[in-house]
Design a protein around this ligand. Structure first.
Ligand code: MG
Length: 168
């Protein structure tokens, strides 16, 4: 049982450095990914080649994936198509509804599922509430939605108190 719902199980600066062998050893079978500033820059449809290649590696590790984003449908769909994975858009994270939907799509239990995201108040809080294994990554870029920028200030204070150095 985690002491604090804002604390991730693991902090890894970049998605492509997530230890997949470790996740295999932990019997994890599915991963839920945030989109903006986790997979792509905020509101930029480009996905870097190293990330596309890493999703191939994920398939080789027999871990299935799904995007869960608070962003709008067409934007999330475009990224999901590029990665060849399903998606849930307009997710209203940290609410649990979209996480439940993703688990249904993935056909996995909370114990078998990992969530990866760059924000503690949406991705990590939501994942911990669902009983998922939570991985915090550093945001890809500092460009983001104004609402997120305001949340970051509060987030940075919380991270400092939790002793996590979020940005590299
Ligand atoms: Mg994000």
């Amino acid at each position: 049982m985690k002491t604090h719902k804002l604390v991730p199980d693991l902090f890894i600066a970049k998605v492509i450095d997530i230890p997949l062998d470790k996740l295999n050893a932990m019997q994890k079978k599915a991963m839920i990914f945030d989109l903006d500033n986790t997979i792509t820059e905020w509101n930029n449809p480009d996905i870097k080649d190293d990330i596309i290649e890493w999703f191939e590696l994920l398939r080789n590790h027999e871990i299935s994936a799904c995007l869960v984003s608070n962003n709008k449908g067409p934007r999330v769909m475009e990224a999901a198509e590029k990665l060849g994975i399903p998606f849930v858009a307009k997710a209203t994270k940290p609410r649990r509804r979209a996480f439940r939907k993703a688990l249904e799509v993935l056909g996995s239990t909370p114990q078998e599922t990992v969530v990866v995201g760059d924000q503690i108040f949406t991705d990590i809080l939501g994942g911990n509430r669902m009983g998922l294994y939570t991985i915090l990554v550093s945001p890809i870029s500092s460009k983001e939605y104004i609402g997120t920028r305001i949340m970051r200030r509060i987030e940075n204070l919380a991270l400092k108190r939790l002793g996590i150095k979020h940005r590299t």
